[in-house]
Design a protein around this ligand. Sequence first.
Ligand SMILES: Nc1ncnc2c1ncn2[C@@H]1O[C@H](COP(=O)(O)OP(=O)(O)OP(=O)(O)O)[C@@H](O)[C@H]1O
Ligand SMILES: [Mg+2]
Length: 433
Amino acid sequence: MLTAMLLLLLAAILAFAVRAGLARRRAEKALKESRQRFERAFTHAPIGMALVAPDGSCLDANLALCELVGYDRDELLLRDFQSITHPDDLEADLHHVRMLLAGEVPAYQLEKRYLRKSGETVWILLSASLVRDLLHGSPLYFVAQIQDITDRKEAERHIRHLNLTLEERVVLRTEQLAERERQLETLVGKLLAAQEEERRRVAYEVHDGPTQLLIATHQLLQAFAEDHPPGATVAPGALDRPLQLAQRAVKEARHIIENLRPTALDDFGLAAALRFLVEELRDEGWDATYDEGDLGDQRLAPELETALYRVAQEAINNVRKHAATNRAALSLSRVANRASEAGQPNGKTPRVRLEVRDWGRGFDAADDPRRGPGAAGPGTRVGLSGMRERLALLDGTLLVESKPGKGTSLIAELPLPPEAPTDDEAMRKVHTS
Ligand SMILES: Nc1ncnc2c1ncn2[C@@H]1O[C@H](COP(=O)(O)OP(=O)(O)OP(=O)(O)O)[C@@H](O)[C@H]1O
Ligand SMILES: [Mg+2]
């Protein structure tokens, strides 16, 4: 009986041991599979992953991290994370690590830079948490997840740069506009003063020229009338002098009118008016020439002719006043479109160009006459800026080239309306459309 009971007990113990062994093997197998799954997930994760000891040394690193920093796994296991962190970002990182170790935060995220093995910098987003011993709570290792954010950072830097450039441009443009406004205000002031000055000048000219001649004529005629009662004989040539004076008065009056509004411009056009201007200079003893390119058959629009004529007049006045020479050359021509404006239909928007050149003393064209030593109050030094404004109103430009001792060249250009296509061109267009 005892023996039978012992046998039964032995059999039960044996069965239990066999079951326990089976259960342990199953558990070990499950654990092994779970570890393998974790290892595979860890090794092949698309973002960098690492297990890091509390002192920063690397316990394990996956492929993505190795690729990111350029070290192979064995090299990384010999390093700590302090050594691959950019020195400027280390303190911020260590500060978070201390908080994690002290249990102040459960995890942290940080954007920082790693130094690749090649020395390059790579921006990463680090997410770190701490695994503790279950029994005592002491820190075991950090789990670090590392994402490459270099592209995002580069895009952010680019956007910041663009914003900055945009802001700089806005500031520059605003300054330019403010400066332009100041220039216009100064110019308006100068033009008003110049207008007053011009009125005074015309009044003096009328007073000193034709008026004096007419007064003299009047006096001579009065004396003649007193000396010659009705029926008295008139000696031949007795009226020659008053007639001469009256003729001079008419000539001077014409001269004043010509300056106020050049009739030659109205009657014959710009080219002829410029030719007359040069002839007048020659009459005064100047060595002056006038050259004319092919200007086409049509006359320029009146506002273009007036603008260019006034520019020529002021340029000649400047030579007279400042250049200390009487050698000058004027030329008028039609020029092709500038390269920068190509893209116009057929690239053919033509321009009319007036050049006034002298071989006088010249000046430093880079000096701003509004600020230079000779800069004075309103009404002075209006010439060049007035020319510029006059041309700008018609979309034109003024180029002043001058150097002390080298003479001065002034080039005014105004755009002409696009030419009507020639018959050939019109035909080509019809065929190609
Ligand atoms: N052809 C030139 N030769 C030498 N200097 C010149 C010549 N043209 C202009 N300048 C210089 O440029 C300055 C500015 O010329 P601008 O025509 O604007 O004024 P201005 O002739 O002095 O006065 P305003 O024209 O108002 O009567 C002149 O004062 C002179 O110093
Ligand atoms: Mg002038």
